[in-house]
Design a protein around this ligand. Structure first.
Ligand code: TYC
Length: 144
C-alpha cells in the first residue's frame, strides 16, 4: 500500500516510516494511470479506468402504421359506423365523425398502431364489408 497525499484518504496513514493507506482497486488504478500520464490523480476520473463492454443503446420505438378508411359509393353509412365501433373500439360519435370524414374527403385516418396490429385491424374491417357484400376498404401505411 502507498500513500498519495493528493488523494482523499480512504484509510489512515501510518505516521513515520513507510506511510500506508488502505485504498480500493479503483483508486490504485487511478493513481497508476495518473503516474503514467504524469497527471494529478484528481485529473483522472474513475470512468477512465473502466472498460465499457457493451454499447448502451436506447430501446427503439416501433414505427407506427396508420389505418385508413377509404370511401366508396355503396357501403351504407350505418354499416361503416358499426364496423368502426366493432374493430377500432371507438364510440358512436367518433365512429360517425370518422365515417363522415372519409365520405366527404375520400379517406380518413382511423388510428395508428404497430405494423402487425394495423394490418390485422385493416383486414378485419375490409373482411367485415366483404362478408356483407360491400366494397368497404381499409388500407395501412407507415407513419412518416
Ligand atoms: N359513401 C358511403 C355512402 O354514401 C358511406 C361511406 C362512408 C362508405 C365512408 C365508405 O369509407 C366509407 N353510403
Amino acid at each position: 500500500m502507498f500513500c498519495d497525499r493528493r488523494l482523499p484518504h480512504a484509510g489512515a496513514c501510518r505516521a513515520g516510516g513507510r506511510r500506508g493507506i488502505i485504498v480500493g482497486a479503483a483508486t490504485r488504478r487511478i493513481v497508476a494511470l495518473a503516474r503514467q500520464a504524469n497527471l494529478q490523480a484528481s485529473e483522472v476520473s474513475d470512468s477512465d479506468t473502466r472498460l465499457r463492454t457493451k454499447a448502451r443503446r436506447k430501446t427503439q420505438r416501433p414505427k407506427l402504421h396508420k389505418v385508413i378508411l377509404v370511401n366508396d359509393d355503396f357501403t351504407p353509412r350505418e354499416f361503416v359506423v358499426a364496423v368502426l365501433k366493432a374493430v377500432f373500439r371507438v364510440n358512436e360519435d367518433q365512429s360517425y365523425r370518422i365515417m363522415m370524414t372519409a365520405h366527404r374527403r375520400g379517406v380518413c385516418v382511423v388510428a395508428v398502431y404497430t405494423k402487425d396490429v394495423a394490418e390485422t385491424k385493416a383486414s378485419e374491417g375490409t373482411e367485415a364489408g366483404k362478408a356483407a357484400g360491400y366494397p368497404l376498404m381499409f388500407t395501412t401505411e407507415p407513419e412518416e
